[in-house]
Design a protein around this ligand. Structure first.
Ligand code: ADP
Ligand code: MG
Length: 347
């Protein structure tokens, strides 16, 4: 893919410092809290009376992404977004990121620049500043590490471990799309490898392929909750599938839960594509990963504030730990929720 670029500049022509300068020249600091950014030995930030939250993710080519079907621009965008999603899941606002990359000489200056274009767009979209990072060679493939820093009023920090019995379980957006998007991309890759003259056919599946290639973090949901004056009692982002995250949340909160299959939000495209692949749509929603929606609990008394919002679904409630973690099917059968993260599910 990087060989497709019209011109190819070797990294050695710019050198490491030249490359960093080139990649970061358009990034301007936007936030008051970003005091010193790229260029010194370390960045300086100041959140005054707010608390800082910090999170980091490591993405490795061949394990977390496949450059056969992920354009580098999308990869840059997604690398940032998945990290910001963790900051939002603390009910915090991301303000700064640091990016460390390592790549082999297979990558040109143009390819790395594409990656940084995606990073730039994510910084613009979410109002965060790139304040530093590190650059290195790798013998094989590409590694990207993103660290995000956010601010939050101490009283509004939301943990995974603080859900309480009778709280309502809510989820943003819809689920299962990103997993099916990945299945489509992998299918098209197989077809392409078998017969390179066949062009991928993704037109019918734009929504779900988009959910995989260009996910968004739910900044809007955090802002909405603030606006309607709801502080969730617990929260986690859904990177690994609804059931797996729900189990985390309940285990950390020492509670049980009951969720209703019929209330789990799914887009029509996702539902139809699951049927085409002969996969149970609910399994996609429960176990498909990378949707980056927010799973949170609220007090029953906040129900009226969220109930009519199209982007929030109430899917069940928190129970006493002794009740276990249960899924009620459309046929009214009660099953144990099973931890089947998408990594296992993929096999
Ligand atoms: P050092 O030798 O102290 O690690 P570097 O030469 O690696 O410094 O980095 C110089 C400056 O550029 C620092 O501010 C660093 O944070 C920033 N930087 C280095 N690599 C990247 C990168 N890949 N993306 C963004 N900023 C970077
Ligand atoms: Mg360095």
């Amino acid at each position: 893919m990087e060989a497709n670029s019209e011109s190819r500049t070797e990294i050695s022509e710019l050198g490491e410092f030249g490359l960093i300068k080139y990649l970061t020249k358009n990034f301007k600091l936007k936030n008051e809290s970003s005091k010193i950014g790229i260029g010194d030995d370390a960045a300086v930030i100041d959140f005054k009376n707010m608390k800082s939250v910090i999170t980091t993710d490591l993405l490795i080519e061949g394990i977390h992404f496949d450059l056969a079907y992920v354009p580098l621009k999308h990869l840059g965008y997604k690398s940032v977004v998945v990290n910001l999603s963790d900051v939002y899941a603390m009910n915090a606002t991301p303000k700064q990121i640091l990016i460390s990359i390592a790549f082999s000489n297979r990558f040109s200056v143009e390819a790395i620049h594409d990656l940084y274009e995606g990073i730039y767009h994510a910084c613009e979209q979410y109002g965060v500043d790139l304040i530093g990072g590190d650059t290195s060679n790798s013998t094989k493939g590409m590694l990207i590490s993103v660290t995000a820093i956010g601010e939050v009023d101490e009283k509004k920090i939301v943990l995974r471990s603080t859900a309480a019995e009778n709280d309502l379980i809510c989820v943003s957006g819809d689920l299962g799309g990103a997993y099916l998007g990945l299945q489509i991309l992998e299918r098209e890759k197989r077809i392409f490898l078998e017969n390179p003259s066949i062009q991928p056919n993704l037109e019918q599946q734009q929504y779900i392929v988009g959910r995989q290639l260009k996910p968004e973090a739910r900044k809007d949901i955090i802002e909405l909750l603030e606006k309607i004056n709801v502080v969730p009692t617990s929260m986690i982002d859904i990177s690994d599938g609804l059931s797996s995250e729900l189990l985390h949340l309940c285990e950390d909160s020492k509670t049980g839960c009951t969720v209703y299959e019929e209330k789990i939000p799914m887009a029509e495209e996702t539902y139809n594509q699951a049927l085409k692949f002969n996969i149970d749509p609910v399994t996609c929603a429960l176990s498909g990963g990378e949707d980056y929606e927010l799973l949170f609990t609220i007090k029953q008394s906040d129900y009226e504030k969220v109930k009519d919002h199209p982007d929030i679904s109430v899917i069940g409630h928190i129970t006493h730990e002794s009740m276990g973690k249960k899924l009620v099917t459309k046929g009214n059968q009660i099953h144990d929720l099973i931890a089947q993260g998408w990594n296992q599910f993929k096999k």
